[in-house]
Design a protein around this ligand. Structure first.
Ligand SMILES: Nc1nc2c(c(=O)[nH]1)N[C@H]1C(S)=C(S)[C@@H](COP(=O)(O)OP(=O)(O)OC[C@H]3O[C@@H](n4cnc5c(=O)[nH]c(N)nc54)[C@H](O)[C@@H]3O)O[C@H]1N2
Ligand SMILES: Nc1nc2c(c(=O)[nH]1)N[C@H]1C(S)=C(S)[C@@H](COP(=O)(O)OP(=O)(O)OC[C@H]3O[C@@H](n4cnc5c(=O)[nH]c(N)nc54)[C@H](O)[C@@H]3O)O[C@H]1N2
Ligand code: SF4
Ligand SMILES: [Mo]
Length: 691
């Protein structure tokens, strides 16, 4: 057996938990991965993806050279960096000059480092002059950011992973934590087992956490507002609210109180399908706890009512004073390894780094000075969201798209629509580590490098900024994404000339108050949680302890609205989409891991026995799933995990891409798609697939 000759301490590239790991290396090979104990994040643990899922780094089909073609009908030809970068700079400048800065849109990447995201938005804003920069946070927690920004003044997780141990009651709502944030789920399970913490699970599906739950409320997808309003109704009716907290720390209480008066448990039960007694019990348990925390993810956010769902949760926490102390709080579990960071860095159409609004003259002056660009260059117009960019291509407003580390051809809703737009766009450049489904449609493909081949930082779900360290040389001619962006800026007339990721970080920290006290050198000793405003500041474990970012916490009444598309005769089942433990989004990374792929090799449609027998579907049988947008074929998995009337699929398999089916309906405030509710028709096909 080969033994390692060195180890490199770095951060897991998969999920927002941000586990600290050692890569055990020999020559240019990762031999083994182990979890590190010297931190407050993973305490030595790793999940199967971190430990056994890094094969993609060594995959033989990593991008090694830039690829270019002069027309979409041609095949790609490998080209030099010189030619590729010249082509990119030339095309972007020409399109900007001919059609204006807002004819260019950029997607930045929650898989890339803070430094890279900072440069991507600096390029969009400071060089091109557009705020058309967004990323997968739009598809993910944009509704959490919007909801919490309104109610608390800051959209991030309020508490820390380590303080799960301080909760008496945990509400996990719309988060399949054991599969999507496995190492946080370990902490939750430990709390239940060792500390008798009571878990209230609110999820339509019987996910693994149900085995640990004191109460499991299985509601109808999309009915969270009714359910949460009813919990508040019970708390008020029984006088269980925290009056001192409401009086001292909040505003808008009276209007809120009136708004939930009509939401008796009986009325909510008729909408959400949960027995009223269970709603009452959950409300009493949450309100009566000394410290109660709420954790949520896509089951709450990915709805046309996503922002309302988050506001409803926020109302509940304010009502009981469960925020600002250890083991309390409002905790949106962030998904990608660096989605928190990509947002913090201003990879969003409305804010500069540190959530400084592009509409603020003061902020524009600050960044114009900081970047040495003219004030007029920085646009005060909020840019396009991911979910608006494709329409903007189709109606001619957007002519060029430059995508860093994202795969909209599998991850955006309504893929036929996305495909139409990407075919039509005049110029498409993709910078990735693989020729993913989106890159296959591009004019120009640039080879970036993976987390293992570059320096930088990721910010995890609890706002902790942690180092990513170079362990390997890039494959072929591939270059770190930050270096590619810096090179591009030079060719577009701005010689940024960064020599290292650390220099980029220092510039960013000067302009971003919540990161101002950090540097690569300081992060060597371990991660720091923002806000960390000065070099002697220890970082912040719990937000809103004395006062909320906006001053007083704001109660925000929310009215129940049904999902945009409900089942009917033509499409009688609800399709819910999500994840399994072993795969990552479109599978670009995990399906290159033979171990992971063998554990979840094929696309399946989870279907309840009642629906299956009514439709004449056997376990393992091939079925066709159709929606108003498209259709696909997959294997049926008959199980009681999903409730009757709802089928569940992942979006991990390109050959049965769930987003062919999903609808483009979005939340009116956050622009997040309703991935958790579309209406579908399912029918058995004659032939069987092996199971
Ligand atoms: N293995 C793996 N882990 C991942 C990822 C991955 O692709 N694979 N992706 C990462 C990313 S980017 C993200 S954002 C996170 C996502 O993490 P999660 O949000 O935990 O993952 P999902 O599978 O989307 O599931 C959400 C849960 O919401 C429930 N749900 C569906 N509809 C509703 C509803 O209307 N109300 C409520 N209350 N619940 C509902 C589903 O049954 C499911 O249990 O995972 C991260 N971690
Ligand atoms: N139906 C349905 N659709 C969904 C969801 C759902 O629940 N249901 N969830 C949504 C959510 S929450 C999210 S976050 C999105 C995710 O959507 P995406 O971000 O589009 O998904 P990924 O597959 O993670 O794409 C990441 C890309 O980055 C590349 N990459 C990895 N590391 C690097 C690097 O260091 N440099 C560069 N340049 N590239 C790199 C990978 O090869 C991959 O192509 O999907 C959304 N889509
Ligand atoms: S829990 Fe997330 S960060 Fe930790 S090893 Fe698994 S995928 Fe990586
Ligand atoms: Mo996500």
């Amino acid at each position: 057996m080969l033994t390692a000759d060195r180890t490199v301490h770095t951060t897991c590239p998969y999920c927002g938990v941000g586990c600290q790991m050692d890569l055990h290396l020999r020559d240019e090979l990762i031999l083994r991965v182990t979890g590190r104990h010297d931190n407050q994040v993973n305490f030595g643990n790793l999940c199967v993806k971190g430990r056994f899922g890094l094969d993609f780094v060594h995959a033989s089909d990593r991008l090694r050279q830039p690829l270019l073609r002069t027309s979409r009908e041609q095949a790609f030809s490998p080209t030099s960096w010189e030619a590729a970068m010249d082509a990119l700079a030339r095309r972007l400048l020409a399109i900007r000059d001919q059609h204006g800065p807002d004819s260019i849109a950029m997607l930045t990447s929650a898989k890339c480092t803070n430094e890279e995201n900072y440069l991507m938005q600096k390029l969009a804003r400071g060089l091109i002059g557009t705020n058309n920069v967004d990323h997968c946070a739009r598809l993910c927690h944009s509704s959490s950011v919007a909801g919490l920004a309104t109610t608390l003044g800051s959209g991030a997780m309020t508490n820390s992973i380590a303080d799960i141990q301080d909760s008496d009651v945990m509400v996990v709502i719309g988060s399949n934590t054991t599969e999507a944030h496995p190492v946080i789920a370990l902490q939750m399970k430990a709390a239940v087992r060792a500390r008798q913490t009571k878990l209230i699970l609110i999820d339509p599906r019987r996910i693994e956490l149900a085995q640990f739950a004191h109460l499991h409320l299985r509601h109808i997808p999309g009915s969270d507002v009714a359910l949460i309003n009813a919990m508040a109704n019970v708390i008020l009716a029984e006088g269980l609210e925290n009056q001192a907290f409401v009086a001292a720390r909040t505003e808008g209480f009276e209007v809120f109180r009136q708004s939930v008066q009509e939401w008796s448990p009986d009325r909510a039960a008729a909408v959400c399908g949960v027995p009223p007694e269970l709603i009452v019990e959950a409300a009493r348990l949450y309100a009566g706890a000394k410290a109660a925390s709420i954790f949520w993810a896509m089951g709450i956010t990915q709805h046309t009512t996503g922002t309302d769902n988050v506001k409803a949760l926020s109302n509940l926490a304010l009502l009981c004073g469960h925020v600002g102390r250890p083991g309390t709080g409002l905790n949106p579990l962030r998904g990608q390894n660096n989605v928190q960071g990509a947002c913090d860095m201003g990879g969003l159409p409305n804010v500069f780094p540190g959530y400084q609004p592009v509409t603020s003259e003061e902020a524009r002056r600050k960044f114009a000075d900081g970047w040495g660009v003219s004030y007029d260059r920085l646009s005060s117009t909020v840019g396009l969201m991911v979910t608006q960019m494709m329409d903007a291509v189709l109606d001619g407003r957007v002519r060029a798209i430059y995508i860093l580390g994202e795969n909209p051809m599998l991850s955006d809703p309504n893929l036929h629509h996305v495909e139409q737009a990407l075919r039509q766009v005049e110029f498409l450049a993709v910078q990735d580590i693989f020729l993913n489904e989106t890159a296959q449609m591009a004019d120009l493909v640039l080879p970036g490098v993976s987390f293992a081949e570059k320096e930088g930082t990721f910010t995890n779900t609890e706002r902790r900024v942690q180092r990513v360290r170079k362990a390997l040389e890039p494959p072929g001619e591939a270059r770190p994404d930050w270096a590619v962006l810096s090179d591009l800026a030079g060719r577009m007339g701005a010689p940024w000339g960064y020599r290292s990721a650390s220099e980029v970080f220092d510039e960013m920290a000067r302009l971003t108050p919540s990161y101002a006290g950090m540097s690569h050198a300081r992060l060597e000793a371990g991660g720091l949680q923002w806000p960390c405003p000065s070099p002697d500041h220890p970082g912040t474990q719990i937000l809103h302890a004395q006062k909320f970012s906006r001053g007083l916490g704001l109660f925000s009444p929310v009215a129940y609205r049904p999902p945009a598309e409900e089942p009917d005769e033509a499409y009688p089942l609800i399709l819910s989409t999500g994840r399994v433990l072993f795969h990552w989004h479109g599978g670009t990374l995990t399906r290159r891991s033979p171990g992971l792929d063998s554990l979840a090799p094929q696309a399946e449609v989870e279907i309840h026995p009642q629906d299956a027998s009514r439709l004449g579907i056997a376990d393992g049988q091939t079925v066709r799933v159709r929606s108003r947008r498209g259709q696909l074929v997959a294997a049926a998995r008959i199980t009681q995990r999903s409730p009757a009337g709802t089928v569940f699929m992942t979006f991990h398999y390109a050959e049965a891409a769930a987003n062919l089916l999903t609808s483009s309906a979005v939340d009116p405030i956050a622009g997040i798609p309703e991935y958790k509710v579309s209406a579908v028709w399912v029918e058995p096909l004659a032939e069987n697939v092996p199971t």
